[in-house]
Design a protein around this ligand. Structure first.
Ligand SMILES: CC(C)(COP(=O)(O)OP(=O)(O)OC[C@H]1O[C@@H](n2cnc3c(N)ncnc32)[C@H](O)[C@@H]1OP(=O)(O)O)[C@@H](O)C(=O)NCCC(=O)NCCS
Length: 187
């Protein structure tokens, strides 16, 4: 199914953008056809990155997980993916928690593309999109030694609503309305 026939696909959110090192990336809402790209992306991740994302070792994603990750409703469940030359290099997602206006977010960036501002950019883009869907709070669980992820959250300009630590996991909640989010577009 092409994006033109994919129900609810927010094609206005497809952009080409510039990263902090001047490189380019193509960012767009995820779609079911990204399953193979998503599987390949996971397979290339280092054990450390997988551990930070899933809080434990994982050798592969199941087909069911891949379907779950790549099939979203663009409202309560949303994900943006970044591509470079046909290869998926990052993903940022939110899941509405089913009550109130809060959604939980998670990110993963290919090891060789970390430090280029992708998570920072995806977080800003995701927050801008989330606000159009009535979501005003983001929450996240992050391992306490995941300094980079914590830096991304702290640097986003959101108002922190809460922060608690349990069993080595930092639980954060932010009001995202306070941040002015603007993503640089190419052309
Ligand atoms: C955490 C993660 C998403 C950050 O993505 P990223 O695209 O590298 O983040 P950014 O480039 O936006 O940078 C985030 C911060 O970490 C720093 N950083 C990122 N990569 C770095 C590297 N390789 N070396 C040193 N610093 C680095 C950046 O300098 C930046 O800090 P700054 O804002 O003070 O400059 C990425 O490292 C990742 O995918 N990790 C594995 C999965 C994971 O941890 N997911 C989080 C679970 S919610």
């Amino acid at each position: 199914m092409t994006t033109a026939t994919l129900p609810g696909y927010p094609s206005a959110w497809v952009i080409d953008t510039v990263l902090t090192d001047g490189g380019a990336a193509h960012i767009r809402p995820i779609r079911p056809g990204d399953a193979n790209a998503h599987r390949a992306f996971f397979a290339r991740q280092s054990q450390q990155s997988v551990y930070f994302r899933f809080f434990g070792p994982r050798s592969a994603l199941t087909d069911r997980e891949v379907t779950h990750f790549t099939t979203v409703d663009y409202h309560d469940r949303m994900a943006f993916v970044a591509f470079l030359g046909g290869e998926m290099i990052a993903v940022g997602r939110y899941e509405h928690l089913g009550h109130g206006d809060e959604a939980e977010v998670a990110f993963a960036v290919a090891d060789e593309h970390q430090g280029r501002g992708l998570a920072t950019l995806l977080l800003a883009y995701l927050a801008t999109y989330a606000m159009t869907q009535g979501i005003t709070r983001f929450s996240a669980d992050t391992l306490i030694d995941n300094r980079r992820m914590l830096q991304v959250f702290e640097g986003a300009g959101f108002t922190r609503v809460s922060r608690s630590i349990e069993y080595g996991v930092v639980h954060l909640a932010f009001d995202i309305r306070s941040a002015v989010t603007e993503v640089p577009r190419l052309s």
